[in-house]
Design a protein around this ligand. Structure first.
Ligand code: CA
Length: 425
């Protein structure tokens, strides 16, 4: 850790104690002013979005490796992400110095108003051009719960699960930014009398996940080891991997999920860097049996990130928290996922998204999907306005948030939200 993690560091921009964005966070995103203008790369402190492109054109990144790269004058983070960890760290250090409370260079400058935008005056867009999207299945609790429901207690975990991070290739074209409406999908499913039928999904669900975004990739035929993996991860976002359980159940054998998943995946607009998460590093679950050598890791490979899911129905002014869990419950770490993904020589590219899979904790209030919370629809959830839910109704909204907390500050992810709209059927 370095001076950017100093718990006593304060910004000249006011930051409430429960803000997700103190000067120690400095996440990256892409925005445009609501009043109009081009998309630019930005960061945020408190409630103020900071235009890095305007900072760059005014010389605040001169004499750094960022000079003349123009990576902030881009509609996505990809160019910046491809530069690698040294450039990400240098940017963080420059921003941390510029916005610390005793630095008057920008604070008292006449261009300050061109650089800072109140969060209510901007539109945040999908921050990354995602080329390939891989969805893992790395929560032992989630895999066990789903296995129990569909295969019984005895065969809950498949024989490969404890030996490799199971995954499938998802669909990147339907990745959307937080706030995008999610239309209820239609598809083929089995009716109660076991005949196939077509209609709108009656078992629409969310999945609480986190995603790692790839910075520099690897060339075809080469691998990334667990030791090198963190240099290839730009940062993390919140992910809601919307799922139609009835479509999924009928289609998934033998090649895995397809249309039950590919209709939409929502991500949060702010990418939180591994650098910002460093103070919250912790150990993941003990792995038994010991993984094969190429999946070996040492030290602390997880992060202590509180995760919360809330649901609001069309008829309610209240939101109900329906899940509390933590990223640290994930059995397979991001570094193991990356090493496994490339061990056959598959090339990852800048902007690829590696989602964790549904993150469920050990207790029944820490399950990361309605499939588990309602135990396959057999135990409806009671909401504070006396409505019940097994799966999502039209106009229900789901919001997922996440944050790390220490004695001095909170490093948060903001939120990923979405509302269900009716199908065409
Ligand atoms: Ca998933």
């Amino acid at each position: 850790m370095d001076e950017t993690h100093n718990p006593d560091l304060k910004s000249w921009i006011e930051v409430n104690s429960d803000s997700h964005f103190p000067i120690q966070n400095l996440p990256f995103g892409v925005f445009r002013p609501i009043s109009g203008g081009d998309l630019h790369v930005c960061t945020i402190i408190g409630d103020f979005v900071i235009d890095l492109s305007i900072l760059d054109s005014n010389g605040f990144f001169s004499n750094s490796n960022l000079q003349d790269t123009l990576v902030f004058d881009e509609p996505t983070l990809n160019a910046f992400m491809s530069l690698g960890r040294a450039s990400w760290k240098e940017t963080r250090l420059i921003l941390s110095n510029l916005f610390s409370e005793d630095n008057s260079e920008l604070r008292d400058s006449k261009i300050r108003g061109d650089v800072l935008f109140h969060i209510s005056d901007v539109e945040m867009v999908l921050p990354v051009d995602v080329g390939d999207y891989t969805d893992f299945y790395s929560s032992k609790e989630h895999a066990t719960n789903v296995g129990k429901m569909f295969r019984g207690e005895e065969n809950a975990l498949m024989p490969n699960w404890l030996h490799l991070p199971v995954a499938y290739h998802g669909r990147s074209s339907s990745i959307v930014v937080s706030g995008t409406d999610i239309k209820r999908p239609s598809g083929q499913m089995l009716t109660k009398d076991s005949t196939p039928s077509f209609g709108s999904s009656n078992r629409l669900d969310f999945e609480l996940e986190m995603g790692a975004l790839v910075g520099p990739g690897n060339t075809l035929g080469n691998t990334i080891s667990t030791q090198e993996a963190e240099n290839h991860i730009f940062g993390l976002v919140l992910v809601n991997d919307w799922s139609a359980r009835d479509i999924q159940k009928w289609e998934y054998q033998p090649l895995g999920p397809f249309l039950g998943k590919s209709f939409a995946t929502s991500i949060s607009p702010w990418v939180i860097t591994l650098e910002a998460l460093e103070p919250f590093r912790c150990s993941g679950p003990k792995q038994d049996p010991k993984p094969l050598p190429y999946l070996n890791t040492s030290g602390k490979n997880s992060y202590d990130i509180n995760l919360e899911v809330s649901l609001q129905t069309a008829n309610s002014d209240n939101t109900d928290v329906i899940c509390n869990t933590n990223f640290k419950h994930l059995y397979w770490s991001m570094t193991q996922q990356l090493a496994h993904h490339t061990v056959n020589g598959c090339n990852l590219r800048t902007g690829d998204l590696l989602a964790s899979g549904t993150i469920s904790g050990p207790s029944s209030d820490s399950y990361g999907s309605l499939l588990e919370l309602s135990w396959n629809g057999t135990k409806p959830i009671n909401l504070s306005n006396n409505e019940k839910r097994t799966f999502l109704d039209d106009y229900d909204s789901i919001s997922i948030t996440g944050w790390c907390q220490n004695d001095s500050y909170r490093v948060g992810f903001g939120a990923v939200s979405g509302q269900i709209t009716p199908s065409d059927e």
